[in-house]
Design a protein. Structure first.
Ligand code: SF4
Ligand code: SF4
Length: 243
């Protein structure tokens, strides 16, 4: 690509059929707004591509949406049972633990690598996130926690405990801001197809690599997803939202 307007025209056209219909329009508008802001700041096209590939448009869209959803006095966040030290949601399902952008992966690595060698969440529970403090059960990388952790809520901690032990329960889940973030990320990937890769990373694998003191390059290599993982993650949310 030679300039930002060329990327913008592509972003206007990409189909991203796997993105949930309810999030496609707002996701595209968010991506276009990010590109317009980049243009207004005379951002060089190479810099814009580099930042998009790290997931910055997706993070910005998700952050703004989550801010509103978490502050809504009538919304599900106002009825959530979430409290400090209540960490059943940090017992991760499977080996993956959740999807992150590259910007989040880099931030989480920087936050956790200084704690390498200290007892981590797996002392408390074998499938707990390595970022968890096993004593206080609080996140040791709170400011660097990714979108999935910022958006997951539940009306009852007992439901989360059941889910952590493998019994499905309705109720806990992510706020819409996280699905918007995934949608903008998928639209970004389609827009940059043939220009730059837009990778995603596994939360559990990145955190494990960081606390065993892997370098950033090693940790990113150990946790990089196959391209289909973003599509699969969106499909899982689609299924959850459709009940
Ligand atoms: S999502 Fe569940 S386990 Fe996590 S803080 Fe909220 S109530 Fe507790
Ligand atoms: S990064 Fe922090 S909040 Fe997220 S799962 Fe790990 S310990 Fe929990």
């Amino acid at each position: 690509v030679s300039d930002l307007p060329q990327i913008r025209r592509k972003a206007e056209r990409v189909s991203a059929a796997h993105v949930l219909a309810a999030f496609r329009g707002v996701g595209r508008r968010s991506l276009l707004a990010w590109l317009d802001a980049a243009g207004a700041h005379d951002m060089p096209v190479r810099e814009a591509v580099r930042r998009l590939a790290k997931g910055e448009a997706a993070l910005e869209a998700g952050r703004v949406a989550l801010e509103g959803q978490l502050a809504d006095p009538e919304g599900p966040a106002a009825r959530a049972a979430c409290a400090e030290g209540c960490a059943f949601c940090c017992i991760l399902a499977g080996e993956d633990g959740g999807t992150m952008t590259e910007a989040e992966a880099v931030r989480l690595h920087a936050s956790l690598s200084r704690l390498a060698g200290e007892p981590d969440g797996r002392v408390w529970h074998p499938r707990a996130c390595p970022a968890l403090d096993p004593e206080t059960r609080t996140c040791r990388a709170y400011d660097a926690r990714p979108s999935i952790c910022r958006s997951y809520i539940s009306p009852d901690a007992a439901l989360c405990e059941d889910i952590a032990e493998g019994t499905p329960r309705p109720g806990p889940g992510v706020l819409g801001g996280h699905v918007l973030y995934l949608s903008v990320l998928a639209l970004t990937r389609e827009t940059l197809r043939g220009v730059a890769a837009v990778p995603t990373y596994s939360l559990a694998r990145l955190a494990a690599a960081a606390v065993r003191d892997d370098s950033l390059e090693e940790a990113l290599a150990a946790s990089r997803h196959a391209p289909r993982e973003l599509r699969d993650e969106i499909a899982r949310h689609k299924k959850a939202m459709n009940g």
